[in-house]
Design a protein around this ligand. Structure first.
Ligand SMILES: [Zn+2]
Length: 485
């Protein structure tokens, strides 16, 4: 045995030395290879389970076993990244985004600044711009939100929306797209200023209609392209609440590629921002549909990759997990029924708007109002429909109790609470749908688990290991600026 081990060691040594010599010759013949076109996809709140749930849902509604895989989960390189912040184990989007954009840890709420907020960190997008590449930043939430902001802004707090908007207006980037501005108005030296006007003054072409966005072309110059369907928060509406005639994240991604493709190369960051929001609400169906639309946006990049395989790098990851989502829960034990989620045709957030309208139109006849609400719930969730999701007497009683709390005894939710509306009936329906699907949640906040990283193209092999989130932009810089080996 011992003898065999020694000869095995000798053999392995021989193999390693041969490989090293081979690699040396290979490297000499193939100079360091740079990525010219780079896509950075960040699913906000998209942990492994969010991806698993969406892939399992797609299999379930097509009567297949297991998973119907997204193209990006089949990338040749896959690993995990740790996400902790400098001053907290469970991170937030600003600190995690800073790590993903700058390769450095920072404190919660910082936007590409050091923990004390005394020093700005240079972002990978700024470095790409410096070497002449075109840069595009896209998000399904407002473009001044934490994840997009960390690529172009430097602020002590993610809540400095006006200042972040001004950083955008003063940036040298080429394309911003998706959501609008959460809070673009403010004062500088007692002068009232709108960040969108400042951006226009600095040469940005601001468009916010479907026709104008579709008409954008390579002669449109620097562009801010904002969805025509925005929420009060400046975010795009949930994929589940949009139809074929509306622009989705994948449409903005296609437009960014069309405008930025050229000899200079490009760096495009696309955030699936509302995966996180759906998870904050523990809204399983919206989480799945946001993840599917995020994958659709990645598919657009994959089509580009197929045409430029030697020059393109695509990296897909998340800033953190949200919700402590699980496939499997207490009530269902070993059972899952993900297909029930196909009956939900509205996001929980949009259903909160339905409840608000309903509140204004109450008849005062509680039994009659409840009957109407049951019809609405059948329409939007399939709940109580014998052919979709039949309910027991006990479940109806539970819904009725929530209905009374929501509609007859409470004032309802704060209208502009972006993540998690405290509307008891909407919350109950989220829980009921997850319970019936076999999905579990542990929190309305983030969790500290590692997030997946997928890569394809030039330098993809760098991402095929367990890394820290700060490694990702450091590897990207190597691959873009110095060349992959
Ligand atoms: Zn986040």
């Amino acid at each position: 045995m011992i003898k065999q081990n020694v000869s095995m060691k000798k053999f392995l040594k021989f193999v390693f030395i041969s490989l090293a010599i081979g690699l040396l010759f290979y490297s000499c013949e193939h100079p360091h290879h740079k990525a010219k076109y780079v896509f950075y996809f960040i699913g906000d709140g998209m942990g492994q389970v969010q991806i698993n749930a969406a892939e399992a849902y797609l299999a379930a509604i097509h009567d297949e076993k297991g998973f119907q895989h997204f193209a990006f989960t089949q990338f040749p390189a896959a690993g995990y990244a740790s996400t902790y912040a400098d001053n907290r184990f469970i991170t937030g989007s600003a600190a995690a985004g800073t790590a993903l954009a700058c390769g450095k840890k920072t404190n919660i709420n910082r936007i590409s600044m050091n923990p004390d907020a005394t020093e700005s960190y240079k972002t990978i997008a700024e470095k790409c711009k410096e070497i002449g590449m075109k840069v595009g930043i896209l998000s399904s939430v407002s473009i001044d939100h934490a994840t997009p902001a960390v690529f172009y802004a430097h602020q002590a707090s993610r809540s400095n929306y006006f200042e972040i908007g001004l950083d955008l207006a003063n940036s040298s980037f080429d394309f911003f797209g998706g959501g609008g501005f959460k809070s673009p108005e403010g004062e500088v030296d007692n002068v009232f200023i709108n960040a969108i006007d400042e951006a226009k003054k600095n040469g940005f072409n601001y468009v916010n209609s479907v026709e104008d966005i579709q008409a954008l072309n390579k002669n449109s110059g620097r562009v801010i392209a904002v969805s025509n369907l925005l929420e009060e928060s400046g975010a795009m509406r949930y994929a589940l609440d949009l139809n074929e005639t509306n622009l989705q994240l994948s449409d903005f991604t296609a437009k960014a590629i069309e405008l930025l493709e050229g000899e200079e190369g490009f760096f495009i960051m696309v955030e699936g921002g509302k995966i996180d929001w759906a998870c904050h609400a523990n809204d399983a169906a919206s989480t799945i549909h946001e993840t599917i639309e995020f994958s659709n946006a990645i598919d657009v990049a994959i089509e580009f990759f197929k045409a430029h395989p030697e020059e393109t790098l695509i990296v897909v990851t998340a800033d953190h997990e949200t919700g402590g989502m699980a496939l499997g829960n207490g009530p269902m034990k070993y059972e899952t029924n993900l297909a029930v989620l196909q009956h939900q045709i509205i996001s929980s957030q949009a259903f909160v708007e339905v409840i608000r309208d309903f509140r204004v139109n109450l008849t005062g006849d509680m039994e009659l109002d409840f009957k109407h609400m049951m019809e609405i719930m059948d329409w939007y969730f399939g709940l109580g429909n014998p052919d979709k999701i039949p309910l027991t007497e006990k479940e109806i009683a539970t819904i009725k109790k929530s209905f009374l709390t929501s509609l007859y005894t409470s004032e309802g939710a704060e209208p502009d609470h972006a993540y998690h509306d405290e509307e008891p009936l909407a919350n109950l329906l989220n829980k009921m749908m997850s319970d019936k699907a076999g999905i579990g949640w542990t929190t309305f906040s983030h969790t500290g688990v590692n997030v997946p990283v997928y890569a394809i193209g030039v330098g993809a092999e760098y991402f095929s290991v367990n890394i820290d989130n700060t490694d990702i932009p450091i590897f990207m810089e190597k691959i873009i600026i110095h060349g992959a080996h």
